[in-house]
Each structure stands twice: as structure tokens, then as C-alpha cells.
Design a protein. Structure first.
Length: 373
């Protein structure tokens, strides 16, 4: 195996085709590991970071066998201790679930061993390695927990619960799987929309991408403000940079037939939206929006039902609601995949301070939650 460090955007662009081919062969099903998602994340949110992508190749054939999609971020701990943190591309700023290493199937131990050996040999380049938002059943997670040598310590923490639904062979079977109350609500709301003159479902094709993303942002933030969360900075769609990122993502994903941006409209005016991504055999629900004047119509339920019905007709196997324990998700499914965060630390004073910092934050949070209860 031959490992190489890539640190330029030119190199990042150069490996796109190899990245696509390796991810397609891999067992990983996450849209958030695609070159398009991570490259555009980098282009929009790279301030204060440096590329640190590790590629692993077969020495004889030069075929790419593994990718560690890393960057380095510089921070300060307790405002005065400088830290160089290796972390996955795609973390922070946007919600990227199921991050991981991209590895040729069956080669996991060899590839991960090469990556860890490189990090260990070059530990003068970093203080902390954060491997975040990785599925709890990931081979990579298991590898690092079992194979870290005596010079390093690992902290493992729960990250997110990500509800998902296994899609049945037909929409009728899906309806049967829902509770009687949820099934009746879905049917009633769908009938109400069908009977309302001028109301219809649509999906973005390849025109007016920016205008459609703008509509999504407006509907999302209108809904957000209507829920009495007046601080719009807490919204998932709270900045111009985020909007420009999603302009690029929508433009790239639609070329690959990965974008499913649904709208529910009345007389040509969008009143609800659902922003989803189709990848391999999955549909990933990323965000939604709703005109609050239509709250009582249950448009969100009907729009989810429409998207799920289309997914079943397309032969998809899973519908992912991604991170968050919002109550409406539990009406559709009781299943969830958990993600974990692990931190690789050197056994030095910075590592000790970091452990105190992390566990101090956790204990403070528990205290505040207990007082709130």
C-alpha cells in the first residue's frame, strides 16, 4: 500500500473520478461522502482550515483503495492553548450524517492500518484527531477502538440518533405498518389536497435551481419563525454562505439524478417543500419548509407521504430522516441508526487538558438539564 497526503484544491479536483468509482464500489451508502458534497463544503467553509486528504493506493496497479477525507482546523483550548485538529470534511456548518473513510470492500483492516500508521508516524502535524458522525456499526469505528497503540487515548461519545424507515414493496404495505391514527391522518390530508382546486405536487427538474432553493429557504425560515424561535441564527438555513452552498449542491446533485426537491403548490405558489437526496438505494430527507398559514392542513405529512410513495415506486430500500428526535419522525418509524464521535489524543498535557474540557462540558450540560427539569 502507498499512502499520499493531498493538500491542494487542484489535487482534490483531480481525484474526483477515482473518488466516485471507489465510493460506488464501497459498502458505504451515505450521500455525505460523495465528492460533490465534500468538495463544495470545502469551497464554502474552508476559512481557518487546511486540506489533509489521505489516499491509499495499490503499489503495483496504482488503483485507489482508500480515502481519509480529512482537513486540519486550528483552534484554541481555554483561549490560550493552540490546537491542530484533524477532522472529517463536512463537519460543522452543515449536517453531514454517516461520515466515514471511503474504502474498497474487503480491504478495511489494511487500509485503516495504513492510515493510522501515517497519522502515528506524522503525529508532529496534529494534536487531536476527531472522527465524528460515524455510524456505530462502522468497521472504521471498531478498528480504531481496538487498534490504537499505547501512545494514544480514545474518547468515545454518542453523537446523534438518526431515524430511518425500511421501505416495503408497496405503498399499501407502508400504510399497514403505520398506527391507525397516523394512517387515517395521512389518508385524510392527502384526500383534502386532491380535492383542493389548484393544489398540486411537483419536483424540481433542471430549471430555476437558484429560485427553487430560495423558495425552500423562505419556507423553512417562515416555518421556523412561526414556531416562536425568533432568533433566526438558530435556523439550519441562517446565512448567505449556506444558501450559496446549497445552490452548488442542488446544481451538482441534479446532474447526477441525486436531487429530489419536492414542492406542494397552490395556484402556482409554493406552500410547502421537502429537500431530499437520492443515493444508491436510499432517500435522505435533509430539510423542509412550510408556509405557516397552512399549518392546519397537515401539508408536511402529505408531502412526506408523497415522497415516500415515490421512493417505493422507484425501488428504494430505505428512507432516512437523519439526525434529530423530532416527534413527527416517530409517527413514521421507530427505527434509528446511532452515530458516534471518537477523539484520538496524544498522552501529553494537551491531551489531558482536552479530556478535562470535554468531560467538563458534559457534566455542566447534565447539571443545567437537571435544573431545567
Amino acid at each position: 500500500m502507498e499512502i499520499q497526503l493531498l493538500q491542494t484544491e487542484e489535487d482534490f479536483r483531480r481525484i474526483k473520478t477515482e473518488w466516485d468509482n471507489l465510493l460506488e464500489k464501497s459498502d458505504n451508502q451515505s450521500i455525505f461522502l460523495t465528492w460533490e458534497w465534500l468538495y463544495h463544503w470545502w469551497m464554502h467553509f474552508k476559512v481557518g482550515k487546511e486540506l489533509f486528504i489521505l489516499t491509499v493506493r495499490n503499489k503495483e496497479t496504482n488503483e485507489m483503495m482508500g480515502i481519509a477525507p480529512f482537513c486540519i482546523q486550528r483552534k484554541k483550548l481555554f483561549y490560550f492553548i493552540p490546537l491542530r485538529i484533524i477532522k472529517f470534511l463536512g463537519t460543522e456548518e452543515v449536517a453531514s450524517d454517516f461520515l466515514d473513510f471511503v474504502i474498497y470492500p474487503g480491504m478495511e483492516d489494511g487500509i485503516l492500518s495504513a492510515i493510522y500508521a501515517y497519522l502515528d508516524k506524522n503525529n508532529h502535524l496534529w494534536d487531536i484527531v476527531e472522527i465524528t458522525d460515524i455510524e456505530e456499526n462502522s468497521i472504521s469505528l471498531d478498528f480504531f477502538k481496538k487498534n490504537v497503540n499505547g501512545r494514544h487515548k480514545i474518547i468515545e461519545l454518542d453523537a446523534q440518533k438518526c431515524p430511518y424507515m425500511t421501505l416495503p414493496d408497496s405503498y399499501d404495505l407502508l400504510l399497514q405498518s403505520l398506527s391507525p391514527n397516523m394512517r387515517e391522518n395521512l389518508k385524510r390530508r392527502s384526500r383534502k389536497i386532491e380535492k383542493r382546486n389548484g393544489m398540486y405536487f411537483s419536483i424540481l427538474k433542471d430549471e430555476a435551481i437558484k429560485e427553487s432553493v430560495d423558495k425552500l429557504f423562505i419556507l423553512h425560515n417562515d416555518r421556523f419563525k412561526s414556531k416562536r424561535k425568533t432568533n433566526i441564527s438558530e435556523s439550519a438555513f441562517n446565512s448567505i454562505e449556506l444558501k450559496h452552498f446549497h445552490y452548488d449542491i442542488a446544481s451538482e446533485f441534479i446532474k447526477r439524478n441525486w436531487l429530489k426537491l419536492y414542492f406542494l403548490s397552490l395556484d402556482g405558489e409554493s406552500v410547502a417543500s421537502l429537500y431530499t437526496f437520492k443515493y444508491k438505494n436510499n432517500l435522505f430527507y435533509y430539510q423542509s419548509g412550510l408556509n405557516p398559514d397552512w399549518n392546519e392542513w397537515g401539508l408536511g405529512t402529505a408531502l412526506f407521504g408523497h415522497a415516500i410513495k415515490e421512493s417505493i415506486n422507484d425501488g428504494l430500500k430505505e428512507f432516512h430522516y437523519l439526525r434529530g428526535n423530532e416527534a413527527y419522525k416517530s409517527k413514521w418509524t421507530k427505527k434509528a441508526k446511532a452515530t458516534k464521535n471518537i477523539t484520538l489524543l496524544k498522552k501529553n498535557f494537551i491531551g489531558c487538558f482536552y479530556i478535562l474540557f470535554v468531560y467538563g462540558k458534559i457534566n455542566l450540560k447534565k447539571v443545567f438539564l437537571a435544573k431545567a427539569a
